[in-house]
Design a protein around this ligand. Structure first.
Ligand code: MN
Length: 382
């Protein structure tokens, strides 16, 4: 049996003014081709199908068109869980309609752990899949108390004669974030210890956008497209194969659909840096320019735009910082050395630059509040 693990599609995502649909469409074309050419039997999607709980209609259309293609053009069985960006109810709403298309979805944590287990059969082989959608702590511990990890254990502990795969949209083990993940520990479970999931032959994780292997059999597939300029690492999926010796896995690269380029430059070298840009990108490359200038200059953005235009690239984000502002910025680190009262005065002056003096009654309120907080911390804890 051959399995492909992907996650964090974030359909409906925008970056500044750029709608990412074209990249997602190209990814879906590639995915269908890969499922066929790599002779894949099972697709695992480990959450964050959509970028928001109420995705735009075109994102829904793109998703259902993809499922339709999966059903018509391949023989793949597919399994989806909701991520923290998804609405579990939205993912589950068409569940019955999807069943004849070999698509199964888990949107919400069920009271019955058995609901999260399924036997996958393909090529005369059987693998047990445990699929746990993103959950919040109150779903795992409805009484509001208890040990979250112990509660989770009830869902994932199961004896079986077959190979076992766990699919989760959660943090596990030691990971490295890409920076575009949101509300990372929202569930009340900070990171699931590797030991707790060590019994599985493969763990298909979602949530972290940087592809990585965090244990011998534990993988984050990462997002298929970079969600921010800072995500410069190549994107990939994981292909898992069951053999007589057990499950083996290998990282399979996803081609770049649209290059995202970030340039840091100054007044002297930005023209040359733009001139030297070389990328291979099926869709128009998008560029972020961060310039350090002595002082603001008129017409610079237009010049950058036309330089990029000649290279058939587009300016998506422009940030300028001014060396004359550096003095003010270095004030930032000194803030840590201020007293709480001085810090409040500083904050007030920044917030209301037209009346930088704090009114007396407000200052009194602040002082008495500060007193209360100080006294509270001295009260012995029962
Ligand atoms: Mn995500």
């Amino acid at each position: 049996m051959r399995i492909l693990h992907t996650s964090d599609w974030h359909l409906g995502k925008r970056l500044f003014k750029l709608d990412r649909s074209l990249e997602h469409e190209k990814f879906f074309d590639w995915l269908i081709e890969t499922l066929i050419s790599e002779n894949i039997d099972v697709l695992l999607m480990a959450g964050d199908v959509f970028d928001t709980p109420t995705p735009p209609h075109h994102a829904l259309e793109m998703f259902y068109n993809f499922l339709h293609r999966l059903s018509i053009e391949t023989k793949v069985q597919s399994y989806f869980i909701a991520g923290n960006h998804d609405s579990g109810l939205l993912i589950e709403a068409p569940a019955r309609l999807l069943t004849p298309h070999r698509v199964k979805v888990w949107g919400k944590l069920s009271d019955n752990p058995e609901d999260h287990w399924i036997e996958i059969k393909a090529k005369d082989e059987v693998i047990d899949l445990c699929a746990i959608p993103f959950f919040r702590s109150h779903e795992l511990l409805p009484q509001g108390e208890g040990d979250a990890l112990l509660a989770l254990k009830k869902y994932i502990d199961k004896k079986s004669d077959h190979a076992k795969i766990l699919m989760l949209h959660h943090l596990a083990g030691m990971y490295e974030a890409a920076g575009s993940e949101q509300v990372i520990a929202l569930s009340g479970v900070d990171s699931i210890p590797s030991e707790l999931i060590g019994d599985f032959d493969y763990v298909a994780l979602g949530h972290i956008h940087k592809p990585q292997k965090i244990g011998a059999k534990i993988f984050y597939s990462g997002s298929p497209i970079p969600l921010r300029f800072s995500e410069t690492l190549a994107k990939s999926v994981v292909i898992i194969e069951s053999t007589k010796e057990g499950l083996t896995s290998k990282i399979h690269p996803i081609p770049v659909m649209r290059a995202m380029i970030s340039i840091k430059a100054d007044e002297e070298n930005f023209r040359e840096k733009i001139k030297n840009l070389k990328v291979d990108s099926p869709l128009t490359p998008m560029v972020e320019v961060q310039l350090t200038l002595a002082s603001p200059r008129i017409g610079l953005i237009d010049e950058i735009k036309s330089l990029l235009d000649k290279k058939e690239m587009e300016l998506l984000s422009y940030q300028a910082s001014y060396t004359s502002e550096e003095k003010r910025e270095s004030r930032g680190s000194a803030l840590f050395e201020l007293s709480t009262t001085d810090l409040f005065k500083e904050f007030y002056a920044t917030k209301y630059p037209l009346s930088p003096e704090i009114p007396e009654d407000l200052m009194q309120d602040f002082t008495s509040l500060l007193e209360k907080v100080k006294n509270a911390s001295h009260t012995p804890q029962g």
